[in-house]
Ligand binder design. Sequence first.
Ligand SMILES: C[C@@]1(CC(=O)O)c2cc3[nH]c(cc4nc(cc5[nH]c(cc(n2)[C@H]1CCC(=O)O)[C@@](C)(CC(=O)O)[C@@H]5CCC(=O)O)C(CC(=O)O)=C4CCC(=O)O)c(CCC(=O)O)c3CC(=O)O
Ligand SMILES: NC(=O)C1=CN([C@@H]2O[C@H](COP(=O)(O)OP(=O)(O)OC[C@H]3O[C@@H](n4cnc5c(N)ncnc54)[C@H](O)[C@@H]3O)[C@@H](O)[C@H]2O)C=CC1
Length: 212
Amino acid sequence: MIPLLHDFTDETVLVVGGGPVGARKARTFAREARTVVVSPAFADRDFGDAELVRAAPGPDDVGGWVERLAPALVVAATDDDDVNEATERAAREAGALVNRADRSGGRDAGSVVVPATVRDGDVVAAVATGGTAPALSKELRRRIESEIDGAGAMADLVAEIRAEQKAAGAAATARRERVRAVVDSPAVWKALQAGVSNARQEATRVMEEIDD
Ligand SMILES: C[C@@]1(CC(=O)O)c2cc3[nH]c(cc4nc(cc5[nH]c(cc(n2)[C@H]1CCC(=O)O)[C@@](C)(CC(=O)O)[C@@H]5CCC(=O)O)C(CC(=O)O)=C4CCC(=O)O)c(CCC(=O)O)c3CC(=O)O
Ligand SMILES: NC(=O)C1=CN([C@@H]2O[C@H](COP(=O)(O)OP(=O)(O)OC[C@H]3O[C@@H](n4cnc5c(N)ncnc54)[C@H](O)[C@@H]3O)[C@@H](O)[C@H]2O)C=CC1
């Protein structure tokens, strides 16, 4: 499988099943999409900004929910194999993406996996294990969390530098070398912790150094 980033702004995500797994998937998607969770009962968990709809659709009813909500993605997260199966089928028929939370491997086109995700500002890292060991994805996500600390601020700083360099008409090779030197510099990373203006100053020093 090949990781891609999908923009869910203005899209709908339908989660069928309101257990701990449905709640986690709802949190993931509700940060961007209108997310609707349909379930007869809801776990005492954080569902983010998702809308919770109390209903227990049987295998013949899930298609109606997919039709009404026209989701870009449907998550099958119940503990009922027949309902999950019917949910997947309905999503496919509607041309929506589908995530089977109860299934590893054996995936067809249109079927997606939710990776463990770390964010810092605009920076995002995702871990998956081909479905073999989700607990390992979770553990690696925790490790990356500390590694990625400050990366959002670094991305903002680099965006600013790139824009300035382009406006100043710097050649592509020079721009690349300067930006690489900045992201590679322990001094800039350290300065970011102290504040943006310190980091900006340090970045300028690093870029002047490679220009010499
Ligand atoms: C295929 C996939 C489909 C999908 O959901 O997209 C899938 C499937 C299954 N997970 C199962 C179990 C567990 N899943 C977790 C945790 C996470 N699972 C996530 C993703 C995925 N899980 C996709 C593959 C990702 C990959 O390739 O690594 C994460 C990363 C993302 C998220 O869900 O948000 C999230 C960590 C989030 C975080 O913390 O960052 C834990 C750990 C825990 O709960 O503490 C356990 C218990 C330990 C264990 O069983 O290993 C079972 C067996 C169920 C059963 O036995 O009944 C199945 C079904 C099967 O294997 O058939
Ligand atoms: N992908 C993942 O990360 C993981 C997946 N799983 C799998 O995901 C499934 C769900 O896990 P949990 O949330 O822990 O299970 P759970 O049993 O706690 O929750 C299932 C939820 O589905 C609801 N439900 C039952 N019938 C329904 C219907 N007809 N329509 C809508 N909702 C219905 C229940 O009310 C309950 O809220 C498990 O069966 C397991 O196979 C389990 C752990 C992790």
